[in-house]
Design a protein around this ligand. Structure first.
Ligand code: IPM
Ligand code: MN
Length: 371
């Protein structure tokens, strides 16, 4: 099959890690006889520098034409420290999410056995954790009315949710729970916020359609605590935009590195896949950034296209790289491999999933002459 993939490398380490993700996708193409046609598009600080616009119209068109979108990272420190900046890179991503209607953001969080020691949390607390976070992505306080008073001494961000917005993501979360451990935890702040009370009411009603799934509720402050006290209690988490942003960064600590967390943002017609880490400007161009989150995002992309076996081949390659320690410095401080080398290993492993050879690791790294 032929697939059109629009690739948005973005800012900071985005281009480096996305290059490795493309390598993995090409390897899948070669191995399983698919053609992935890449078209590159601009978004973020790099797009502002070139065009003055963080999301050029051409990027939107290319995304609308694609079977899937692969995205790297966004952001530049020159904007972070300037609250007066009128144009910001992040506006590009937010506009893309809303224009393409990418309302459902899925962020899987898994504790890999090999990385338990990398987390600052205790092994016995995190071992076995497997969570799927469903974060609403096109509503709430991110997209509500924003105001600043004339004298600049007060500001306002509105948070709005409709029943329809809540229901469409809740259905997806419950369906996923049915194929997992059959539990949904709704995270909200229903003791304080009107929008949260609407979430609770709507989700409670909708849950009746999924009698095999248990629904639990947690206030977000308690959920933040539970996430590090007992993360194994979670299966599918369902939550609104801002809470999901915060909880998912917190949950990334369980995996041992934020450099491992992939995500999918899906709408009715489009789907975008991206690592959840940011643009990590300090590492830009140094060939040290962890490409695994981008590569795992490719696995989610393949899953979305219905290519299950192909997606699994990527997951297996990532697990193998963790097992052998062919990883970047964030998880392998003693003997780190470069971004590119990790990408080479993954691509090669996808094509040659045979690991009986003793010299296996060197062969996959292209360092051996012995076969
Ligand atoms: C994320 C990011 C974005 C968000 C930023 C870059 C706008 O933090 O995808 O989690 O807040 O949604
Ligand atoms: Mn975030």
């Amino acid at each position: 099959m032929k697939y059109n993939i629009t690739v948005i490398p973005g800012d900071g380490i985005g281009p480096e890690v996305i290059e490795q993700a493309k390598k993995a996708l090409r390897a899948v193409g070669d191995t399983y006889n698919h053609t992935f046609l890449f078209k590159e598009a601009m978004m973020g600080a790099c797009a502002i520098d070139k065009t003055g616009n963080p999301l050029p119209d051409e990027t939107i068109t290319l995304c609308q034409q694609a079977d899937a979108i692969l995205f790297g990272a966004i952001g530049d420190p020159k904007y972070d420290n300037n609250p007066d900046a009128k144009i910001r890179p992040e506006q590009g991503l937010l506009k893309l999410r809303s224009t393409l209607g990418l309302f459902c953001n899925i962020r899987p969080v898994k504790a890999y056995d090999k990385l338990l020691k990398n987390s600052p949390l205790k092994r016995e607390i995190i071992a076995g954790t497997d969570i799927s976070i469903f974060r609403e992505l096109t509503g709430g306080i991110y997209f509500g009315e924003k105001k600043i008073s004339k004298d600049g001494k007060s500001a306002f961000d509105g948070c709005v949710y409709s029943v329809e917005e809540i229901e469409r993501i809740a259905h997806l979360a419950f369906k996923q729970a049915q194929s997992r451990r059959k539990k949904v935890t709704l995270i909200d702040k229903a003791n304080v916020l009107e929008t949260s009370r609407l979430w609770r009411k709507t989700v409670t009603e909708l849950a009746k359609k999924y009698p095999d799934v248990t629904l639990e509720y947690l206030f977000v402050d308690n959920a933040a605590m539970q996430m590090i006290l007992n993360p194994k209690q979670f299966d599918v988490i369902l939550t609104e935009n801002l809470f999901g942003d915060i909880i998912s960064d917190e949950a990334s600590v369980i995996g041992g590195s934020i450099g491992l967390l992939a995500s999918a943002s899906v709408g009715k017609k489009s789907a975008l896949f991206e690592p959840i880490h940011g643009s990590y400007p300090q590492a830009k161009g140094k060939n040290i950034a962890n490409p695994l989150a981008s590569i795992l995002s490719v696995a989610m992309l393949l899953e979305h296209l219905g290519l299950h076996e192909e997606a699994e081949s990527i997951e297996r390659a990532v697990e193998k790289s963790l097992e052998l320690g062919i990883t970047t410095q964030d998880i392998n401080a003693k003997k780190p491999f470069s971004t590119e080398k990790v990408g080479d290993f993954i691509a090669d492993y996808i094509g040659n999933q045979e690991d009986s050879n003793l010299n296996f690791m060197n062969i996959h790294l292209g360092q051996s002459t012995i076969i």
